[in-house]
Write a protein that binds this ligand. Structure first.
Ligand code: ZN
Ligand code: ZN
Ligand code: ZN
Length: 376
């Protein structure tokens, strides 16, 4: 994981720290305990890494932030302007009790919010050391993280353009007679070459494998006339992720129902993107896509939610799913990715990352939405 501060200046980070503790106060918690990962990167510009030794940013409401960090991992945070951010660093060495250092940094201990992805190893030790009630920090931080600021939107825009460049080149690698894994390895190299810092995932779902939404790669040899789902993404240097799916076919589709079915999917994805604007709820966007697909008789083959929020994590709030009545606000970025999956036969998905703007929607992915026909 990267430790750069990226495009963020100290003022922006300090404002995030202040907003985090303000949100914690509203939620009635005494402090946030932030573990390495995307929450930490959001707040101080470095995500760090989590091992058996505790690293934890302690954010007491009304107190001084303290970064508890193993001395041997301290160099990884050297780029963080802790002094300017008003963050004290409490470095510890083996033999010392880091959980006691966390407790010392706290002002109150009645209710402590812990990062969602904190390892149980640390969560249970913190509970023993601190006492009181522990709750998840995710619901507090999502209030900040799901409303992207201009720098974050720029990061997502850059990621979207980079993955579009990879999709534009898929024909170089996706060929009859190659395996999904071979094609996937070439795509992974291109994801890096086109400006990503890491490869987060590569899905090449050919033929019946395309009917499994979370299929990744296999040694299946891709045949002529097969439909192939390609879903790819990863973070750019700023930490923001791309995630885009296009569906390809190698020559004339061998199944007679491909064109008609794909047209339904394309209409559903278009309608859902067009529905995005401030005030529309997440579940309404999901319903728009679902209705088009259900009306055409494919409802039972659209087996997942329409989308997920995206940012420093590939999957984060807000989720575009039935039951989520959260109204969209400018700055909320998420995928619109309906699919139709015909078990044992083939599948298709179209996925763009979009952001709600003051007046409507901006798409970060701008490749054509048609089924892409490559030479057989
Ligand atoms: Zn998924
Ligand atoms: Zn995807
Ligand atoms: Zn996605």
């Amino acid at each position: 994981m990267s430790t750069r501060v990226g495009p963020l200046d100290v003022d922006a980070l300090r404002a995030r720290l202040d907003r985090a503790t303000a949100a914690a106060a509203v939620a009635g918690v005494d402090a946030l305990l932030i573990s390495p990962g995307s929450d930490l990167r959001y707040l101080i510009g470095a995500g760090g890494s989590s091992y058996e030794r505790l690293t934890c940013l302690v954010l007491p409401v009304g107190g001084t932030p303290v970064l508890v960090v193993p001395k041997l991992e301290q160099p990884g945070y050297a780029a963080i302007p802790t002094d300017d951010l008003g963050v004290e660093v409490a470095a510890w060495v083996d033999g010392e009790d880091p959980y006691a250092l966390v407790k010392r940094a706290l002002k109150g201990t009645d209710r402590i919010a812990v990062s969602d992805m904190t390892a149980a190893l640390h969560t249970l030790a913190l509970r023993d050391a601190i006492g009181g009630e522990q709750v998840l920090a995710g619901p507090v931080l999502r209030e900040l993280r799901m409303r992207k600021d201009a720098a974050e939107i720029e990061g997502l825009r850059k990621a979207g353009a980079a993955i579009d460049r990879v999709h534009a080149r898929i024909g170089e690698w996706l060929k009859v007679g190659r395996t999904e894994a071979e094609v996937g390895a070439d795509i992974a190299a291109a994801i890096l070459a086109e400006g990503h810092e890491e490869v987060a995932f590569v899905v090449v779902g050919s033929g019946p494998n395309g009917a499994s939404p979370h299929h990744a790669l296999s040694d299946r040899v891709i045949g002529a006339g097969e439909v192939v789902v390609v879903d790819i993404g990863g973070p750019v240097a700023e930490g923001y992720n791309s995630d885009s799916t296009r569906t390809y076919v190698l020559g004339e589709p061998k199944d007679a129902d491909v064109a008609e079915t794909y047209a339904v999917l394309q209409a559903a994805q278009r309608a859902a993107v067009d529905a995005v604007r401030p005030g529309v709820t997440c579940e309404e966007v999901d319903a728009v896509a679902r209705e088009v697909i259900a009306d055409a008789g494919f409802g039972e083959y659209f087996v997942h939610r329409t989308g997920h929020g995206i940012g420093l994590d590939v999957h984060e709030e807000p989720y575009i799913v039935a039951g989520n009545d959260l109204p969209l606000e400018p700055g909320m970025a998420f995928s619109v990715e309906p699919g139709i999956y015909l078990p044992g036969r083939w599948g298709a998905r179209i996925e763009d990352i979009v952001v709600a703007t003051e007046t409507g929607v901006e798409s970060f992915n701008n490749r054509p939405h048609e089924l892409v026909v490559l030479p057989a």
